[in-house]
Design a protein around this ligand. Structure first.
Ligand code: M6R
Length: 612
């Protein structure tokens, strides 16, 4: 993953170093193992890099002036080579006249490395794949950076966005994109490259979205884009409409808590923008005709992590509302198992970032097999969005915390809307059920606001249980799907070993792990499965478990079984995941806080996973 930023300006009043470091801070969500910067100062490249957060890099250069008008920077999520000073980017050729920042993986780097060592006697300082790019460009360089980059890229296989500077060309940055995000920002007497829009929002609103196999050359007064045939091409300007403040913490201690509290708004936006005055649903960005919808014989939902968990609920919803079989898979498995997908398949890709490489690769595989591609995406203009036939945006706003919260609930809302629309179009849903369902969905934002008032109660509970080293989440039906998400939230930010399982499956093995005081979080929000869940709770209680139940307000019977109960507002069973996940998010947040964890930037993770 990793984030890259590049800046070229023509005013001494604007310092490249400050601009780049500021931009990198906005990309730390992409990785934060180490950070570095390369600046061209009087025709020499000055490289500074340090393992750890960007703050470490700032400390390193604190006493230096390093005034410059051009530079590139990087924040890393390690793939090849452990996080260390020497493995940090930028990487250079042998005489440090070329510097490269890279996001992605060069799959044939070993081959290139051996070739460079054998043919040119090059020795390597780092264990990274990136260093070979710098050396490759170095051997091809004869005064024309753009040409040397082209030649180097011809030798490289894999996924990358790279930014390159040369000591002898202090006026330009050359950048290339292949399967990793890259944008160019258009400023006044200055221009930028970056992995993502937040890095540039302080300075620009006008963006070029760079496509695969394109090269962009930025100078202070020009931005030129070239296609794979090296022909200059025109690109429409993408105007960013959201502001920098929406990506700030606004007084919350962590982005995760802020984003949990933004869910009523995100859900309201995601829903109401799609409801017409007459109560019908308009799926903006989706051009599926009645004939298309009737022609599908299968839906395939593919995603990763939290987005996959939204898909688990989506399967229930779409099968239930539209009566069409729905298969679901994690993206990294889908593409390698030759799945049954054809022209009659509706392939739904779910992704907050729209840049997750596994999801993108699965999407391409489904497209190759003729499926219609519909994506549910949060980031406008992202790769998944651009490569889809139809895009249905979640209106969650920028999600910064690595742990996904508001993206999940807005993805769920999209599943309900798609299910309702398909069900209605296929003539499955009658007017009464459709209207009641929609009415219930409209009530969700207010019910969620009520539920969020339980934050202190849940915080107190977290204080009681935060020292547990093992937690089980159980549920039935769509509650099982929410259990997976609750478990992921807890483990990724608190590092507690948590495990989710369909409650009825417990007795087939996993119950062997339940002993005195084992913490079990039991979701029991489904009326038709309520009694079954109470039995499952009894099973774990009989083995000494400490049980926290999640149930609807009118189902108080659970108090007789569980040690503690968190109630969610009443709603129809089908949509309870929109509410039941929220106490789990808050509980995970406060448990992690009590354990002193770095909540927004958990170890080993990054917000956007653009490697396979
Ligand atoms: O950007 P995406 O939705 O495609 O990301 C997929 C997963 O990497 C992501 O949901 C991840 O599991 C979350 N950070 C977990 O909270």
């Amino acid at each position: 993953m990793c984030g890259i930023v590049g800046y070229v300006g023509n005013s001494a009043a604007r310092d490249a170093k400050d601009i780049i470091i500021d931009g990198l801070k906005k990309l730390e969500y992409r990785g934060y193992d180490s950070a570095g910067i390369a600046l061209n100062i009087d025709g020499e490249l000055q490289i500074r890099k340090h393992v750890g957060r960007i703050a470490n890099l700032e400390n390193l250069i604190a006493g230096e002036t390093l005034a410059s008008r051009i530079g590139i920077g990087h924040t890393r999520w390690a793939t090849h080579g452990a996080p260390s000073d020497v493995n940090s980017h930028p990487h250079c050729n042998s005489n440090e006249t070329i510097a490269v920042v890279h996001n992605g993986i060069i799959e044939n780097y070993v081959e290139i490395k051996e070739w460079l060592a054998k043919e040119y006697g090059i020795t390597f300082k780092s264990e990274t794949d990136t260093e070979v790019i710098a050396h490759l460009i170095g051997i091809y360089y004869d005064g024309d950076l753009q040409d040397a980059v082209y030649k180097a890229v011809e030798k490289m296989r894999g996924a990358y966005a790279i930014g390159v500077v040369a000591a002898a060309e202090p006026d330009k940055i050359v950048a290339v994109r292949k399967d990793a995000p890259l944008i160019a920002g258009l400023g006044e007497d200055c221009n930028f490259i970056a992995s993502d829009i937040p890095a540039l929002l302080k300075h620009v609103r006008k963006i070029y979205l760079i496509e695969n196999n394109e090269t962009v050359v930025i100078k202070s007064d020009s931005v030129k884009i070239y296609n794979a045939e090296r022909k200059e091409i025109k690109r429409d300007v993408f105007h960013v409409t959201w502001d920098a403040e929406s990506a700030e913490k606004e007084g919350y201690e962590h982005f995760m808590l802020k984003e949990i509290h933004e869910q009523p708004k995100g859900l309201y936006e995601t829903l109401t923008r799609r409801i017409e005055e007459d109560g019908s649903i308009k799926l903006d960005g989706i051009n599926l005709s009645k004939e298309d919808i009737e022609n599908f014989d299968k839906v395939f939902i593919v995603a990763c992590g939290t987005a996959y968990h939204a898909g688990l609920v989506g399967k229930f919803v779409i099968e239930n509302l539209a009566k069409i079989p729905v298969e679901i898979d994690v993206a990294s498995e889908f593409r390698y198992r030759d799945p049954f997908v054809n022209e009659r398949t509706l392939f739904i890709a779910i992704s907050q970032s729209g840049e997750t490489l596994d999801t993108l690769a699965a999407l391409r595989e489904a497209k190759r097999k003729g499926a219609r591609i519909l994506s549910v995406v949060n980031v406008v203009g992202s790769s998944v969005a651009r490569e889809s036939d139809d895009v249905f945006y979640t209106w969650a706003g920028p999600e910064i915390a690595v742990a996904s919260t508001k993206a999940y609930t807005t993805q769920l809302m999209c599943m309900y809307l798609i299910g309702l629309y398909m069900g209605r179009t296929r003539g499955i849903l009658d007017e009464e059920r459709y209207t009641n369902y929609l009415k219930e969905l409209k009530e969700i934002p207010d019910k969620l606001k009520e539920l969020l008032k339980k934050e202190n109660e849940i915080h107190d509970l977290a204080k009681e249980i935060y020292k547990k080293e093992q937690v089980f989440f159980i549920g039935r039906g769509s509650d099982a799907g929410v259990s997976y998400e609750g478990s992921l939230k807890l483990k990724e930010i608190s590092y507690i070993n948590s495990f989710a399982i369909a409650a009825g499956e417990l007795k087939h093995g996993t119950i062997a792990l339940i002993e005195k005081d084992t913490l079990v979080i039991a979701l029991a929000t489904q009326e038709k499965l309520y009694e079954k869940m109470l039995s499952n709770i009894q099973e774990v209680k009989a083995r000494g478990a400490y049980v926290i139940g999640i149930a609807k307000e009118n189902n108080t019977e659970i108090e007789k079984q569980a040690d503690r109960v968190i109630y969610i507002p009443n709603c129809i069973d089908e949509i309870s995941p929109l509410l039941s996940v929220v106490p789990l998010q808050i509980l995970a947040y406060y448990i992690a806080r009590e354990r002193g964890c770095d909540i927004d930037k958990p170890k080993n993770l990054a917000k956007s996973v653009t490697v396979e």
